[in-house]
Design a protein around this ligand. Structure first.
Ligand SMILES: C[S@@+](CC[C@H](N)C(=O)[O-])C[C@H]1O[C@@H](n2cnc3c(N)ncnc32)[C@H](O)[C@@H]1O
Length: 267
């Protein structure tokens, strides 16, 4: 008689993350569910834009200067794009890209409603697939921001429908997609240029895991540029050092985050 195969039970969301974060998980979960104090950027804008303080820190850590050619690969709805555009101070260029047409509409509204004309003039909005960027443009940008689509566990926790659909394979798929985008970012940036990789994921697969895989394959092209947790761009935040970057987690940041960031330099 054929023996019935024992099916291995896949871990649920709670089991998966409590295995990773151990005794910290309960505090982290409360931090994810808490609403952080409103933080907004307003200097140089037509009206304030509300975003997470840790997200703003990631955009600032790309260290954009006037005259740079900048690519924001996954830009909508546009909080980080506003900061990149402001840093250009009207000189250089910014390509704000997002594949989703609905989100691109929001991105265009955010740009139009918040940026003065002279800052807006340098921005081009496009709708390409970031995973295929390197096929079209190589060695073109001084700075590339890749704020990758990710598990966004905060959103999953706050939405019963998303929690229901969650499975451990999702973070694996997202990490594969993020790796393809990051490899494309390496192609798109000029030699000597900088890439800032960020996510709002808790899953290490989508954070250090993506960087580790890239370095394994492309260490002849890029290296990590260490980000100091004490840098001015991170003031007011408690950023924890990881293998390749920094993680800002909401249980130690009054509800701000999660944001992972790592900075890479192309040779
Ligand atoms: C984390 S969000 C970006 C948030 C944005 N950087 C901000 O600060 O407002 C990720 C974005 O990636 C976009 N996206 C997903 N897959 C993509 C792809 N293959 N190419 C380009 N954009 C993509 C999504 O539409 C989404 O808007």
């Amino acid at each position: 008689m054929a023996q019935k195969k024992k099916q291995k039970q896949k871990p649920g969301f709670e089991d998966y993350y409590s295995e990773i974060y151990k005794e910290r998980w309960d505090a982290l979960k409360s931090g994810l569910l808490a609403d952080a104090d409103g933080y907004s950027i307003s200097d140089g804008l037509l009206k304030p834009y509300y975003l997470d303080m840790a997200s703003a820190a990631a955009a600032r850590t790309l260290d954009v200067h006037p005259g740079d050619d900048v690519l924001d690969m996954c830009a909508a709805p546009g909080g980080k794009t506003l900061l990149l555009a402001l840093a250009l101070k009207g000189s250089g260029s910014l390509n704000s890209n997002d594949r989703s047409s609905d989100r691109r509409r929001r991105l265009k509204d955010v740009i139009e409603n918040h940026l003065p004309t002279e800052v807006r003039e340098n921005i081009r909005v496009t709708g390409h697939d970031a995973t295929r960027w390197g096929l079209h443009e190589k060695d073109c940008y001084d700075r590339v921001l890749l704020d990758a689509p990710c598990s966004s566990e905060e959103h999953v926790l706050k939405s019963p429908a998303h929690l229901n659909r969650w499975s451990p394979s999702r973070t694996k798929q997202l990490s594969i997609q993020a790796h393809a985008m990051l490899a494309a970012a390496v192609d798109a940036v000029k030699p000597g240029g900088t890439i800032l990789y960020s996510t709002c994921a808790l899953s290490p697969l989508e954070n250090d895991g993506v960087i580790a895989k890239l370095l394994k394959k492309r260490s002849d092209k890029v290296c990590i540029e260490t980000i100091s947790p004490d840098s001015e761009n991170l003031s007011g935040l408690n950023a924890e050092t990881t293998d390749y970057g920094l993680h800002i987690l909401p249980d130690r940041n009054s509800g701000y985050g999660p944001i992972f960031m790592a900075r890479l330099k192309k040779f």
